[in-house]
Design a protein around this ligand. Structure first.
Ligand code: AMP
Ligand code: ZN
Length: 219
């Protein structure tokens, strides 16, 4: 199963990705997560990446596509994959098409999780992440078991620097300009299904499984 999750920042793609990963037993590939771990290393590229992320801007397409090409070479991707946060530009979508073509592979479905701007801003402002394992939490609707600490490793959870209010608005504008055309791109190819990300985590998950089943006959 080869799936792409697309949608505005903060709509719950990461949370849904964790559930789909379990359901289909495929690797969850988050370019944002890969980039954040690169910023923790002393590789020069980490610094460059950090500059883009902290401003709420996209990492350049060539860097992003390279990271993905390497990740796709790993053995676990043979049984499929789930992209979360990639592709975010039409150029990236075309590059991914070429990568898959070379492997003789095809995408099964692109799941568009939609949400309204005010809900998104609300979600991002309450979002907290674990700097160690990347798990995400929300101050209101996805609290850790012990306040302020990650359920998996006990690390102190923090707010992402790009979840600060000014940066959030910039990310939304970039999403509208750069990523919405990608949604059109997949719609034209007949690969797109859409769900509303406004409900509960499990509600959204059920809708996602339903629309995937309708498009691809796989459950
Ligand atoms: P995310 O965790 O998906 O919200 O990604 C965090 C940040 O990483 C984004 O705001 C971008 O700066 C960068 N990023 C992640 N994925 C991509 C991508 N496909 N293209 C460009 N930049 C990306
Ligand atoms: Zn953790």
């Amino acid at each position: 199963m080869r799936i792409i999750l697309i949608g505005p920042p903060g709509v719950g793609k990461g949370t849904e990705a964790e559930l789909l990963k379990e359901h289909y037993q495929i690797p969850h590939i988050s370019t944002g997560q890969i980039f954040r771990s690169l910023t923790q290393t002393d590789k020069p590229v980490g610094k460059i990446i950090h500059n883009f992320i902290s401003r709420g801007e996209f990492v350049p397409d060539d860097v992003t596509n390279d990271v993905v090409a390497y990740r796709l070479m790993e053995k676990d991707c043979e049984k499929g994959f789930l992209f979360d946060g990639y592709p975010r530009t039409v150029f990236q979508a075309e590059a991914l098409d070429n990568m898959l073509k070379e492997k003789g592979q095809k995408l099964d479905v692109v799941v568009f999780i939609n949400g309204k701007d005010d809900e998104i801003v609300e979600r991002l402002s309450g979002r907290r992440v674990c700097p160690v394992c990347g798990a995400t939490y929300h101050l209101l609707n996805k609290k850790p078991k012990v306040e302020g600490l990650c359920d998996f490793d006990g690390a102190k959870i923090i707010q992402r620097e790009d979840d600060m209010p000014e940066t959030v608005l910039k990310r939304l504008t970039i999403y509208r300009n750069q990523t919405e055309p990608v949604i059109e791109y997949y719609k034209e190819k007949g690969l797109l299904v859409e769900v509303d990300g406004a409900g509960t985590i499990m509600g959204t998950h059920q809708s996602v499984l339903k629309v995937i089943g309708e498009l691809s006959d796989i459950d």
